[in-house]
Ligand binder design. Structure first.
Ligand SMILES: [Zn+2]
Ligand SMILES: [Zn+2]
Length: 257
């Protein structure tokens, strides 16, 4: 079974979806589902809300639904000033899967359009990819690295290409291989046009540098979006030779199809 390994429910600040609707969507689409609520311990605010939720409440409310096809994860915002606290959260609870995300970079909100104004594209991307490498080395306790294209969505910069930032991508992928961290394919945006070309180049680069596994991530905030754009992603991953996996009890499991 294929798993959708990244989605949010009403426990995340930016979703009001119910777990029961998520579970129904998974069944209908014949997908396993993993909820990964948002927690950024640097308490970064987006639209006036800190990216945070109560983990105890999460287990209290959702544990009873846990099954072979519903697993419980978390999306942790990485930040080098909070590494110990972030690691403790990942260790203190019985998560199936821990996603590491870069919503911020050295204290800067990467979803803020204002921040990117006047920045040089090349300089920014080089800094960002280097920072991603450092964060993997700093926070090796994560299972997957989420949405490498996150800043692209808000910056107005061109889509990333492996060839254009080969040195930086090589560094990042080496760190990921060393720490056994999997690269997620985040399907919030459809795989068409420039996004398609960018993803093809980056995941091919990942393969070239030893990457063998990916996780599929709708990043759904409503049940209807569970499994979005999966068919196109599966085709691309098959072409490249990357294997689709998910995590259960913090261990990588290959999806059988
Ligand atoms: Zn995220
Ligand atoms: Zn997310």
């Amino acid at each position: 079974m294929i798993f959708d390994t990244h989605m949010h429910t009403e426990l995340s600040f930016d979703s009001s979806e119910q777990i029961t609707r998520i579970l129904d969507a998974g069944k209908q689409k014949n997908l396993g589902v993993i909820t990964t609520e948002h927690k950024d311990l640097n308490y970064f605010e987006v639209g006036g809300f800190p990216i945070d939720f109560n983990v105890d409440e999460y287990f209290r409310k959702y544990e009873k639904y846990r099954s072979d096809t519903y697993l419980m994860g978390i999306e942790l915002g990485l930040d080098k000033f909070y590494t110990d606290k972030i690691r403790k959260i990942s260790e203190n609870y019985e998560f199936d899967m821990v996603i590491g995300s870069l919503h911020t970079m050295a204290g800067i909100n990467l979803s803020s359009r204002k921040y990117f104004k006047g920045l040089d594209e090349k300089t920014f991307y080089k800094t960002y990819l280097k920072y991603a490498e450092e964060m993997i080395i700093d926070s090796p306790f994560i299972d997957t690295l989420a949405h490498f294209d996150y800043p692209t969505r808000y910056s107005g910069f061109r889509e990333l290409r492996y060839e254009e930032y080969e040195t930086e991508f090589k560094g990042l992928f080496k760190a990921m291989m060393d720490k056994d961290v999997t690269l997620e394919i985040n399907l919030k945006r459809p795989l068409v046009g420039e996004v398609y070309d960018s993803f093809k180049s980056v995941y091919e680069g990942y393969y070239l540098n030893g990457g063998r596994y990916i996780t599929l991530a709708s990043d759904a905030h409503i049940a209807e979006d569970v499994g979005r754009n999966f068919d196109d992603a599966v085709r691309m991953m098959d072409d490249i030779g990357l294997e689709i996996c998910y995590y259960k009890n913090r261990k990588r499991i290959l999806c059988s199809r």
